[in-house]
Design a protein around this ligand. Structure first.
Ligand code: PEP
Ligand code: MG
Length: 751
């Protein structure tokens, strides 16, 4: 190395605009904010040259070059192995004494800089920071490595080495080779920054994201850590500040019964907020104004409206993250409609709408539903879809949040309340009501409603793929605008119901091809809308009681309990022509150039079922897995127990159907509102099953995913990201919220 002066540590205060080569993009940004007197938590950067010194002085630079020699990056397995080898090498190689000494000296200086932690090890965030400006993406440089709540000297050094190692993820290596970058010339800096132990936290926008009013600053605040506000678990206080006059315009206070706080070991603990505080304003007026001032300053600093996360510890305000408000956030109007609830139930799809009630007891009542009406019914069924599409809101007596009504309303983005028990009795035709589905209540009369503002983001910036659950082909184009990574579950049942003929009837009339053609025709536009992105079509899963209204439905057998009866793959194998017609549709779509379609089979309990279904596919001249992705739904406890056999049988992916998996594991009828409060996908038994399956699939290199409703629960999404699931499929109404949760979970993972 050239004997230039090596600066190993650069404090934020010493960073200037030409330092990107030393401290990387992230470090530079923090330094510039610090020097603009914005209150970023204190910290320092371990320069990129220190990384270089580390690999040169320890000699591992030669090992790295040796490991990479002759690598063909298209050989994924080999690439993965070599990348792992290098990462392991970096993580296990001792840091030289000089480097270690300087890092630890800076760490200890950081301790003393913060009064309240004097002399103690403090929690820090350790992040890699890419140095080359022209790198096209963060993942290329391994920039994504972030370790939160790191405490103690050994942990710090370990996290630094892991950041360095992140320069050699398989993805980063692949990208460099493909773009002709020299591995040895790309360097990485590491940012070490104090973690704020927030007593209060939240988000602020330098313009009003709900109305786009530019001279309003919006500050949202919760007790404890801000992630409860970001994930939507807690309704934050909302303060609006007039930006021109810098005065508080309005305050909307919310009762906050609990908050998340950091425990001594760095884990998050849920704590109740004392009763005398829970109804009070979270921030005092001084704090609101201080934040508003910073929000304005951030907008000036970056020259663009900013969406920033902030935290307060020991009366000090910190800005912990900021990004431009590029598109409006998907923010629901959380405000509760005023008035006494005449009917209450569970939120199936949030939103607010007013209109006249139309009660539907039978199919004969369906044509009285006009556009803008409030459809009230004991329970929806697939024959009602046309009327549901017209409704401004839907209310049902029965059903939980995985019921038919709930699923369809979410997909159509119609406000819906389910399980009210008495809506059809309390309400009557023609009465005008307002449905505040977000808060599960219905009031008499029209309310001044602000329609939810839903803005489309073109990109969901998560590593874990985020896909959609879909049932209705015509909605595909709209759905694709979310930027979802594909469709993780497309159910055929709704399409069949709308068509009006039971699949078994097609077969009885020897019209197998007509059924195939129907599917091809309807699915084509889904393929067009999601070009190049995977679409997993589930073969039909029709319960015998649900489709009696269809042509041929009267011939369906009567079963004691159709929920656990003759449906899914067991029926598909008993009536192989139905299954074959559906598989043939997927084959034909491929032949027409729609190569993005895959198929999955429902309600599997044995690997033999998988084998037999694959044989049927083969009889069509298709080699499942190889020619067309072929997966199974994991939605029975049995399938979890025989997962290894299923893996050995050979599948492209598995996807958790947590609606049925929870129903069957806990013994809780998913449609029974009496016990809906017990239906919990987070039950340890369900989580245990999921974990076992993910672990086994990893051994066999089989992709894992989820397509039950639980993927849209923040706590489940967090759990799944933590155990390394490949993708999540969620309903369109929660995709942005879940993308935030996933992003946070990814960031907080020690990789
Ligand atoms: C499930 O069971 O989780 C699932 C996705 O399938 P369905 O809801 O259609 O039964
Ligand atoms: Mg199911």
């Amino acid at each position: 190395m050239t004997p230039i002066e090596l600066q190993r540590i650069k404090w934020f205060k010493d960073i200037s605009k030409d330092d990107i080569g030393k401290v990387g993009g992230k470090g530079l940004n923090l330094g510039l904010m610090y020097n603009a007197k914005l209150p970023v938590p204190p910290g320092f950067c371990i320069t990129a040259q220190t990384y270089r010194e580390f690999i040169v002085k320890t000699g591992i630079v030669n090992d790295i070059q040796r490991i990479l020699k002759g690598l063909n990056v298209e050989d994924t397995k080999d690439l993965q192995e070599r990348a792992n080898q290098i990462q392991k090498l970096i993580v296990k190689t001792s840091v030289t004494d000089e480097i270690k000494h300087e890092i630890l000296e800076a760490y200890s200086a950081l301790n003393t800089e913060t009064l309240f932690a004097k002399g103690k090890d403090i929690f820090v965030a350790v992040r890699s920071s890419a140095t080359a400006e022209d790198l096209p993406s963060a993942s290329f440089a391994g920039q994504q490595a972030t370790f939160l709540n790191v405490k103690g000297q050994d942990q710090l050094i370990k996290a630094v080495r892991m950041c360095w190692a992140s320069l050699f993820t398989a993805r980063a290596v692949y990208y460099r080779v493909k773009n002709n970058f020299d591995h040895m010339k790309v360097l990485i800096s590491v940012v070490v920054q104090k973690m704020v132990n927030s007593e209060k936290a939240g988000i602020m926008f330098s313009i009003n994201p709900a109305t786009n009013i530019r001279n309003e600053i919006v500050v949202e605040a919760v007790h404890g850590l801000g992630e409860t506000a970001v994930s939507g678990e807690i309704n934050p206080d909302i303060y609006i500040v007039n930006k021109d006059e810098m005065r508080i315009k309005s305050r909307l206070l919310k009762m906050q019964k609990w908050g998340l706080f950091r425990g001594a070991d760095g884990s998050n603990i849920k704590q109740l907020i004392p009763e005398n505080i829970d109804k009070r304003q979270v921030l005092d007026d001084n704090e609101i104004m201080q934040l508003a001032k910073y929000s304005k300053q951030l907008e000036e600093h970056y020259g663009k409206p900013q969406d920033s996360e902030w935290a307060i510890e020991d009366h000090e305000v910190y800005i912990v993250q900021t990004r431009p408000v590029t598109t409006l956030h998907e923010r629901k109007v959380n405000e509760e409609v005023e008035g006494d609830a005449v009917v209450k139930g569970q939120t199936a799809s949030s939103g607010v709408a007013s209109g006249p009630v139309k009660i539907v007891f039978s199919m004969d009542d369906l044509n009285k539903v006009n556009s803008g009406d409030i459809l009230v019914t004991p329970m929806t069924n697939p024959d009602m879809v046309v009327a549901m599409k017209k409704a401004a809101a839907i209310i049902t007596d029965e059903g939980g949040i995985t019921s038919h009504a709930a699923i369809i309303s979410r997909e159509m983005q119609i406000p819906c309340i389910v399980g009210t028990e008495n809506a059809t009795k309390v309400l009557s035709d023609g009465v005008v009501v307002t449905v505040d589905a977000t808060h599960g209540k219905v009031i008499f009369g029209r309310s001044i409603i602000e329609k939810e503002k839903r803005e489309i983001k073109q990109k969901l910036p998560t590593k874990t793929q985020l896909k959609l659950i879909m049932d209705i082909p015509e909605l595909a184009e709209e759905a694709a605008k979310t930027g979802a990574d594909g469709i993780g579950l497309f159910r055929l049942e709704m399409l069949i119901a709308e068509n009006g003929i039971h699949p078994a009837e097609y077969i009885r009339q020897n019209k197998d091809d007509e059924y195939t053609d129907l599917l091809v025709m309807r699915l084509k536009n889904v393929g067009d809308a999601f070009k190049g992105k995977p679409i997993w079509i589930r073969t039909s899963d029709i319960r015998t009681d649900e489709y009696r209204g269809l042509n041929g439905g009267d011939k369906e057998p009567h079963e004691t309990d159709p929920m656990i009866g003759w449906h899914g793959i067991r029926r598909g194998l008993d009536e192989p022509r139905i299954l074959k017609a559906e598989l043939n549709a997927i084959k034909k779509l491929h032949e027409k150039g729609y190569k993005n379609f895959g198929v999955m089979i429902p309600f599997v309990i044995r690997s033999e079922e998988v084998r037999k279904a694959k044989e049927i596919f083969r009889s069509l001249g298709v080699e499942p897995v190889k020619d067309i992705p072929f997966g199974v739904m994991i939605e029975t406890p049995a399938s979890c127990w025989v997962i290894e056999e299923i893996c050995k049988e050979g599948v492209s992916f598995v996807s958790f159907g947590t609606n049925d998996l929870t129903q069957l594991t806990l013994g809780i009828d998913r449609n029974n509102e009496k016990i809906a409060n017990l239906f919990d996908e987070m039950h340890p038994a369900v989580l245990g099953e999921i974990m076992g399956v993910v672990r086994m699939c990893r051994q066999y290199n089989i992709e894992t995913s989820i397509c039950g409703q639980a993927g849209g629960r923040p706590e489940m999404a967090k759990f799944l990201v933590g155990i390394g699931i490949g993708s999540l499929s969620v309903n369109r109404d929660v995709i942005y919220k879940i993308s935030e949760v996933v992003k946070q979970a990814e960031e907080s993972m020690i990789q």
